[in-house]
Design a protein around this ligand. Structure first.
Ligand SMILES: [Zn+2]
Length: 125
């Protein structure tokens, strides 16, 4: 699924993709040829800070993920592996239970940590 919005790499605020850009990124993902009418500007201007963003990068989905999640994705990986291990090795839970509960707890914990980081930096993001 292609998001309709992208995040400005400079001010981190959301911009809406133009129909052209959106159409092209959908074509890239499905590996099909998309004919988009009109000229595609090489640079897209952020509506918030006015800086220029490479249109090609937007099409390729480089700015699709919000910057906090992008930066802290590793929290997911750590929690998803760490929590099942803790449940199994430290608490002595059965392996299957430790994995299932650990995965869930890991996802929720990671989500809350990342949301917490976003709230701590309201101005930055
Ligand atoms: Zn901006």
């Amino acid at each position: 699924m292609i998001p309709r919005i992208f995040y400005c790499p400079f001010c981190k605020k959301t911009n809406t993709k133009t129909e052209q850009v959106y159409g092209l990124s959908c074509g890239r993902e499905s590996k099909s040829l998309v004919i988009v009418p009109g000229d595609l500007p090489p640079l897209t201007t952020c509506v918030h800070c006015g800086k220029q963003i490479d249109t090609e990068n937007i099409i390729n989905g480089l700015h699709d993920l919000d910057p906090v999640t992008d930066q802290y994705q590793w929290i997911y990986f750590i929690n998803i592996f760490l929590l099942p291990a803790i449940f199994k090795l430290v608490l002595g839970w059965p392996l299957l239970v430790a994995i299932v509960v650990g995965l869930f707890a890991g996802l929720i914990a990671s989500y809350m940590i990342i949301e917490g980081i976003k709230k701590m930096n309201p101005k930055r993001w």
